[in-house]
Design a protein. Structure first.
Lengths: 220, 39
């Protein structure tokens, strides 16, 4: 058991703090929701009811989508663009060869099955990380629009104002403010991880160059 | 290294599938809530 915990330390650590914060968000979100509900003459809801609310869903998914977009762009941009000195960058721009990627006839005995085929399945597998991140990003962003719309319309009804259709909501300033406020924070953070790693170090971390590596060394 | 039957490899695969399942389930869960208009 100890070996299994050690071997999967990173994913278990992040999975655990994810669940803890998701639960914490539910408690805090319920209080905010109930505070507003009571102030508007509505009824407070239980935690069980809150976790199946669009208020909670919208708050979760608007942050989710931006994270998936962040990593999607991180993976995509590093295919074509480089940053001299960055541990996150390839040293030179340019596409890798089949030989370098060990695919098709260059696959090795222990290469994944899909790397060996050398046909469309290998192409699909070659971009599977991108494809999955893109699907999860679009799925979360759509989910944000559905829960956001429900939440928006509920508020409109409370104030006796007209509700919106989905197409109206996704072109509204409200939807784009919720979206862009998350995107901007992701983009500056990705930019910073690219740039700061040129001159700064984190000893023992896989995301850093060695402390003694020169500033102009690209990749780690 | 032993083939894919080892406990260690099963655990790594389990972690991968758990992440994928939780993420997809989470998205579907909130899609349903949003689309059913549960405010």
């Amino acid at each position: 058991v100890r070996t299994l915990l050690r071997d999967n330390g990173l994913s278990l650590f992040f999975g655990t703090i994810f669940l803890a914060t998701l639960i914490g968000q539910a408690f805090a979100g319920q209080r905010v929701y109930n505070h507003e509900a009571v102030a508007h003459g509505g009824e407070a809801v239980s935690l069980g009811r809150y976790v199946v609310s669009s208020h909670y869903g919208q708050a979760v998914l608007e942050n989710w989508q931006s994270e998936w977009l962040q990593f999607l762009l991180f993976i995509l941009a590093t295919m074509w663009l480089i940053q001299k000195g960055s541990p996150e960058s390839e040293p030179e721009p340019g596409m890798s060869t089949d030989k370098e990627e060990k695919i098709g006839r260059y696959a090795e005995a222990n290469s994944p099955r899909f790397a060996k085929y050398g046909d469309w399945r290998t192409t699909l597998y070659s971009y599977s990380l991108l494809i999955v991140f893109a699907m999860i990003f679009l799925g979360s962003w759509l989910g944000q629009s559905f829960t956001g719309l429900t939440e928006h319309n509920a508020e409109q009804r409370e104030h006796g104002e007209p509700t919106k259709a989905w197409a109206e909501y996704v072109t509204s300033a409200e939807f784009w403010e919720d979206t862009l406020q998350n995107w901007q924070s992701e983009f500056i953070a990705v930019g910073a991880i690219m740039v700061f790693g040129i001159f700064l170090r984190a000893r023992h971390s896989a995301e850093s160059k060695r402390v003694g590596d020169p500033h102009d060394k690209t990749g780690n | 290294m032993a083939r894919a039957t080892s406990n260690q490899e099963r655990a790594v695969k389990g972690v991968f599938l758990a992440y994928l399942f939780f993420i997809l389930a989470g998205i579907v869960y909130f899609w349903v809530i949003g689309l059913r208009g549960m405010a």
